[in-house]
Design a protein around this ligand. Structure first.
Ligand code: PEP
Ligand code: MG
Length: 539
């Protein structure tokens, strides 16, 4: 039995699949047979089409028609005689191997699209890269999908990036184990959203296990049992069954409206990173969305999404929440969330570096596209804009100026938007909590980001499993900062929520209620447990 950090609750009983990142190594030597290379290319194009067709259907079913449309444009490229023809030409005239011919044509078209004036066409560069890499992988016999996996798979990896986690198919992957990471690393947060059981910070699990090994994950205790005997297997099967029953029993709290004794309502909301996460949040009876981490919308692509693309996503979220409050946070890139196409400098301390709002001020056009999309989505629901990593009043004022600029541009463009969209901030830097009374006058709401607030207050890296015992939500300094923020918000007549993982931590729910927190926002999987506890505390 091995021990790690329990990152996402539940039990998983399945077989291990070790995930490693495979680089595409392309042989640039001349080929021996043009015919064979042409056939390899042709087969790879046919396979790619079949995969894309299947992905299209699956994405439309699981995520949405709009998200599925990206695969239409990929398939269009495969039908384009100029695109595939250029690959055949490179094989025939330059004796290139199929994969190297695809790589050459990919770079040519990518650069051509990237230089176009029209933003829509520029963004097709990402599709070119994506579809070309799929053909190359098919030629080289490398699987494109994380999800070409049997049912009941337990993924083992050194680390999973948030985008690896986002791609996991819940119908196949029932759990994951990683060498590194902590409870508030973003892959752990996503595991909770996806309701996939996970234990992280396991040290060296990758070299301890073998592919196909039987494994049990106890996501409650943070324990892992390899090659269990029959008796242990039976014991965990009944634990898993009891857990499943408890989840069903908790459903009775789904539509419960909670309030303090004085009638002030308490919202238990959900955190999401994509439209896909909405299902779990809605199923578990969220009173709204307290945090949409929009940076995930910017990942797994080669260029940033356009204003229109973002608008469609934010509108979908607003509409699906049917008038309930939806707090959408502007981009929080940096820290453990990186976006390759921004080519950001490597920093010594990325969590203290060019991150979130600081980065948005540097890339103002990208920020403006997001703000405009958010203002437009406000027409379709109760959208609230939230600014991350605010440390000073100047940052709020600078962001508000940009928001005003965006409103003026939308007005000139004649595009409908919600002019009085509320603007709030995250309280996740100690400086913001200490000056909460000053900042409260500038904004419409606060949401406390305890994941960062704890790490910055205690100087304990939230990702580092070596010091996870020091990462203590119950630390008096942390609790004082939280209380100060809630008090300052109420004094200024605004609401204060919490969207860090602490909002779903049952050990502190009572304390947060005593402080008068207005909104608790967490992964879908924790909502009902928190609703049950609040109900019992206040009844
Ligand atoms: C937080 O810091 O608590 C938070 C909610 O933001 P993130 O986890 O995305 O940094
Ligand atoms: Mg944060």
């Amino acid at each position: 039995m091995l021990k790690g950090i329990a990152a996402s609750k539940g039990y998983a009983i399945g077989k291990i699949s070790i995930m490693t990142h495979q680089e595409l190594t392309i042989d640039e030597s001349t080929c021996e047979s043009v015919e064979l290379e042409l056939t390899a290319l042709k087969d790879a194009v046919v396979n790619s089409k079949e995969q894309l067709q299947a992905l299209r259907v699956k994405t439309a079913e699981n995520i949405g028609e709009h998200e599925a449309m990206v695969f239409d444009s990929h398939m269009m490229f495969l039908d384009d005689p100029e695109f595939v023809g250029a690959m055949e030409e490179a094989i025939q005239s330059e004796m290139k191997r199929a994969a190297s011919a695809v790589e050459q044509v990919k770079l040519f078209f990518k650069n051509m699209f990237a230089q176009m004036d029209n933003a829509y066409m520029r963004e097709r560069a990402a599709d070119i890269v994506d579809v070309s890499n799929r053909i190359i992988k098919n030629i080289l016999g490398i699987s494109s999908e994380v999800n070409d996996l049997p049912e009941n798979t337990i993924i083992v990896a050194h680390d999973l990036t948030p985008s690896d986690t986002a791609q996991l198919d819940k119908s196949k992957v029932i759990g994951f184990l990683t060498d590194i990471g902590g409870v508030t690393s973003h892959s752990a947060i996503m595991a909770r959203s996806l309701e996939i059981c996970a234990v992280v910070g396991m040290g060296d699990i990758t070299s301890t296990v073998k592919n196909g090994m039987e494994c049990i994950i106890d996501g409650i205790k943070g324990e892992v049992i390899l090659s269990p005997d029959q008796e242990t297997l039976e014991e965990y099967k009944s634990l898993a069954e009891a857990y499943r029953k408890k989840r069903i029993e908790l459903k009775k709290y789904k539509d419960l409206k909670l309030a303090y004794k004085d009638g002030r309502e308490i919202l238990v909301a959900g955190n999401i990173g994509s439209v896909k996460d909405l299902d779990s949040v809605i199923e578990n009876g969220a009173d709204g969305i307290g945090l949409f981490r929009t940076e995930f919308v910017f990942m797994d692509r080669d260029v940033a999404p356009t204003e229109d693309e973002q608008f469609e996503i934010y509108k979908t979220v607003a509409e699906r929440m049917s008038g309930k409050p939806v707090v959408i946070r502007t981009l929080d890139i940096g820290g453990d969330k990186q976006i390759p196409y921004l080519h950001l400098e490597q920093e010594m301390n990325p969590f203290l570096g060019l991150r979130a709002i600081r980065l948005c001020f540097k890339y103002e056009d990208m920020f403006k596209a997001q703000i405009k999309a958010l203002l437009r989505a406000g027409v379709f629901g109760d959208v609230n804009i939230m600014l991350p990593m605010i440390g000073t009043i100047d940052e709020i004022r600078q962001a508000k100026k940009i928001i005003e600029k965006c409103k003026n541009e939308l007005k000139e463009e004649g595009i409908p938007f919600k002019a009085d969209t509320p603007v709030g901030i995250m309280i996740e830097i100690p400086a913001a909590a200490i000056a909460a009374d000053i900042l409260a006058d500038e904004v419409d709401f606060f949401s406390i980001g305890t994941n960062d607030l704890i790490q910055y207050t205690l100087a304990v890296d939230r990702m580092n499993s070596n010091i996870s015992h020091l990462y203590n939500p119950m630390n008096v300094s942390v609790l004082r900062l939280i209380e100060m923020s809630i008090k300052a918000a109420h004094k200024a007549g605004i609401w204060c929520g919490m969207c860090g993982e602490m909002a779903g931590d049952l050990r502190v729910t009572k304390t947060l209620l005593e402080m008068g927190l207005d909104e608790f926002s967490m992964s879908g999987s924790s909502i009902l447990d928190v609703k049950e506890l609040i109900y019992n505390e206040l009844k």
